[in-house]
Design a protein around this ligand. Structure first.
Ligand code: ATP
Ligand code: MG
Length: 430
C-alpha cells in the first residue's frame, strides 16, 4: 500500500485545538484596526513574478532564493506571494485608488517563502499587513506604531516586545552613505562572507542586515546612515520620536536596522522580542514612498508594516495570556426515536432564542452511556438530556458537567430561560 501523503515541509495545519487561539487573535486584530478606521483589502495569492522583482528588488533574499516561482499553462512566470505590500499597491494602482486619496488598509493571509524551516520560520506563514497611502508626514508613521502598541496591550504582551526605530533617509542620502559604506567594507574584505562580497557590488546596505554571527563586530563598527541624513529626513525622524515621547511609547534607535527589502525610505521599524530565540522579529515595516513610482504610479506616499502571526501566537503562548476557549457550551443527548426528532426541533428553537450559544447535538445514535461520555469529552458545561419519556412530558433534563449539582428536570421554556441567563457569563469567560 502506498505511504500516506504528508504536508509540504514548512507548511502547517492548524488543528481544531489550536484554532480558537487563532480566532481570538484575529478578532482582536480586526477590532483594533477598526478602531483606527482601517479597511480590509483582499488580494490574490498569486501574482506575476515581475511584480515582486520590480518592487522587492532583484538583489534580496526573497527574490534571489525564497520565491515559489512557476510557469503556468500559458508560459507566464507567476509566483506565490512572498509578502503583501507589492500586491496591495498593485491592486490600488490598478483600480485607481491612489489618485488624490488617502487610504488606510489591511490584509491578512498566507505568504510563501522557500526558506529553511525552523521554529518561527516557515514556508507558508500568515501575515497581517497594514498599508497606508497618500500621507507624507511622520504622524501617520506614528499612528501605525501607536496602533501596534495598543494591539500588544490588548493581547497582554506589551512587556514582551521592544520597538526599534531608524531612518533610511532618501535615495540620494543613501547613495552618499553607500559610497562611504563600500569604502569601509573594502578596507575589511577579508572579513566579508560570500553573500556580503556579492552584495558589496549590488546592494551594500544589505550587508548590515546580515545574520552571520562572524560579521556582527564588523557591522557594529560600520559608519552610521543617521550621520548622512539631510535636514528633511532628520526633521521627519525627530517629529516621529517626539510624538512617541508624547504618548509614552518607548523605542530604541537602531542605526543598523535597514530591513530586508529595498523599497524603504525614511522611517523603518521593527518590534522585536527576546522570547523566541533567533526568530525575534514579530513585526516590521516602514515608509516606502518610492515604491509607488517604481510600480508605475504617480509619485505618492506610503507607509506600512507586516506582522508574522505564527510568531505573534508563539509569543502569546510564552506569555501565558492564552484565553480559555471552548467549542461547545451545551451538549444534547437524544435517546429514542421521538427524542431524536424532537431534539433536533428543540435545538433549533434554542439557537433561535439563545444568541451565540454553542450547542452540539449528538448525532449517530448510541446508548445513553456512550452519549454521556461524548458530552463529557466535548468540554461542554451542560448536558441536555432528552429521552422518549421526557418528550412525552414536554420536558428535558439538564445536568452540569462541571460540578455535581445533580440533574434538574425542566420544561422547554425553562431550559431556554436558563440558557439565556447562562449565556452572558459564558461569553465573558470565552
Ligand atoms: P526575517 O529577518 O526574520 O527573515 P524578514 O525581514 O524577512 O524577516 P519581513 O519580510 O519583514 O520579514 O516580514 C515581516 C514579518 O513576517 C517578520 O517580522 C516575521 O514576523 C514574519 N515572517 C517573515 N518571514 C517568515 C517566515 N518564513 N516564517 C514565519 N514568519 C515570517
Ligand atoms: Mg527573511
Amino acid at each position: 500500500m502506498a505511504n500516506n501523503i504528508q504536508a509540504i515541509r514548512g507548511m502547517h495545519d492548524v488543528l481544531p485545538d489550536q484554532s480558537p487561539l487563532w480566532q481570538y487573535v484575529e478578532q482582536i486584530l480586526r477590532e483594533v484596526l477598526g478602531t483606527y478606521g482601517y479597511s480590509e483589502i483582499r488580494l490574490p495569492i498569486v501574482e506575476k513574478t515581475e511584480l515582486f522583482k520590480r518592487s522587492i528588488g532583484e538583489v534580496t533574499d526573497i527574490v534571489e532564493k525564497e520565491m515559489y516561482t512557476f510557469e503556468d499553462r500559458n508560459g507566464d512566470s507567476l509566483s506565490l506571494r512572498p509578502e503583501g505590500t507589492a500586491g496591495c499597491l498593485r491592486a490600488c494602482l490598478e483600480h485607481g485608488l491612489l489618485h488624490n486619496q488617502v487610504h488606510r488598509l489591511w490584509y491578512y493571509g498566507s505568504m510563501y517563502r522557500h526558506e529553511r524551516p525552523q521554529k518561527g520560520r516557515y514556508r507558508q506563514f500568515i501575515q497581517l499587513g497594514v498599508e497606508t497611502y497618500g500621507m507624507s508626514g511622520p504622524d501617520i508613521d506614528a499612528e501605525l506604531i501607536i496602533l501596534m502598541d495598543r494591539l500588544w496591550k490588548k493581547l497582554g504582551i506589551r512587556d514582551k516586545v521592544r520597538l526599534q526605530l531608524n531612518s533610511l533617509g532618501t535615495i540620494e542620502e543613501r547613495l552618499v552613505y553607500r559610497a562611504v559604506l563600500v569604502d569601509y567594507f573594502r578596507g575589511h574584505l577579508d572579513q566579508l562572507d560570500e553573500d556580503s562580497l556579492r552584495r558589496l557590488e549590488t546592494n551594500p546596505l544589505r550587508i548590515l542586515d546580515t545574520k552571520n554571527p562572524a560579521m556582527q563586530a564588523l557591522v557594529a563598527n560600520a559608519p552610521e546612515l543617521m550621520d548622512y541624513l539631510g535636514s528633511d529626513s532628520l526633521a521627519h525622524f525627530k517629529t516621529l520620536t517626539a510624538i512617541l515621547d508624547d504618548l509614552g511609547i518607548s523605542y530604541e534607535i537602531a542605526t543598523r536596522l535597514v530591513r530586508g527589502l529595498d523599497y524603504y525610505s525614511k522611517t523603518v521599524f521593527e518590534w522585536v522580542t527576546d522570547e523566541l530565540g533567533s526568530q525575534g522579529t514579530v513585526c516590521a515595516g516602514g515608509r516606502y514612498d518610492s515604491l509607488v513610482e517604481q510600480l508605475g504610479g504617480k509619485a505618492n506616499f506610503a507607509v506600512g508594516f507586516a506582522m508574522g502571526i505564527e510568531r505573534l501566537l508563539a509569543l502569546i503562548e510564552v506569555s501565558g495570556h492564552v484565553p480559555a476557549t471552548r467549542a461547545v457550551d451545551v451538549f444534547m443527548i437524544r435517546v429514542g426515536d421521538a427524542a431524536e426528532r424532537e431534539g433536533l426541533r428543540f435545538a433549533e428553537a434554542i439557537r433561535d432564542q439563545v444568541h451565540g450559544l454553542k450547542l452540539q447535538v449528538n448525532c449517530g445514535g448510541g446508548s445513553f452511556k456512550s452519549q454521556f461520555k461524548k458530552a463529557d469529552k466535548s468540554g461542554a458545561d451542560y448536558a441536555l438530556i432528552l429521552g422518549d419519556d421526557e418528550v412525552s412530558r414536554g420536558e428535558l433534563s439538564l445536568k452540569s458537567l462541571r460540578n455535581d449539582q445533580g440533574q434538574q428536570t425542566l420544561s422547554q421554556q425553562q431550559v431556554i430561560a436558563f440558557l439565556q441567563d447562562y449565556m452572558p457569563q459564558s461569553t465573558q469567560s470565552n
